[in-house]
Design a protein around this ligand. Sequence first.
Ligand code: ADP
Ligand code: AMP
Length: 216
Amino acid sequence: MRAVLVGPPGAGKGTQAQILASELSIPKVSTGDIFRANVSGGTELGKQAKAYMDRGDLVPDEVTNAMVRDRLAQEDAQGGFLLDGFPRNVAQAETLNKILGDLDERLDAVLELRVDEEEVVKRLSGRRSCRNCGHVQHVDFDPPATAGVCDACGGELFQREDDKEETIRHRLEVYREQTAPLVQFYENEGILLTIEAVGSVADVTARAKAALGNRS
Ligand code: ADP
Ligand code: AMP
């Protein structure tokens, strides 16, 4: 299956992508995770991306598209992938079609996770991410067994710089203006699937699987 998860920041894309990718035995390709790994590793790519990420703006398309092209050319993505956080605007979506076309591939589905803004603000302001393995929890909705410690690997949980209130608001604006038009773009391509991403993580996973069911 070659699929994209789309939805506002905090919709649960990363959470669901991790579960679905593991069940489908395909890689989860999260551009946010790749950028963050590059920022912490101090690479040239990380240096180019950091200021945009801290402000909650999109990293320029040339940088992002080149990174995704490289990632999708890797061996483990040849049998399918789940993209989380890419594409984030129509130009990136067009580039993705081109990248896949060059590999003689196409997207099977785009899954839209729909959640209202009040809920995503609550989810983002309580999100905690593991510095070691990237696992994501929530202080109220998925509290760690020991405060500040990742349930998955025992690493340190921290609050992302861009999950502070002011940056959250800006990221939601960026989503409305630049990313939301992708819903119509993929509707026009005939591959859009939409689910309500509210309720428990397990409920959302069940809806996602039912929607994606016959698309692989
Ligand atoms: P995204 O990748 O779309 O930005 P995440 O998967 O990181 O979103 O989820 C944002 C926050 O919301 C995390 O703290 C996560 O634990 C929490 N979360 C994810 N799904 C749900 C859900 N169904 N109900 C409540 N909280 C959720
Ligand atoms: P995320 O982890 O998906 O919330 O992404 C965190 C940040 O990484 C975003 O606010 C952007 O600054 C950057 N980013 C992630 N994916 C993209 C993308 N497809 N295009 C541009 N910037 C991105």
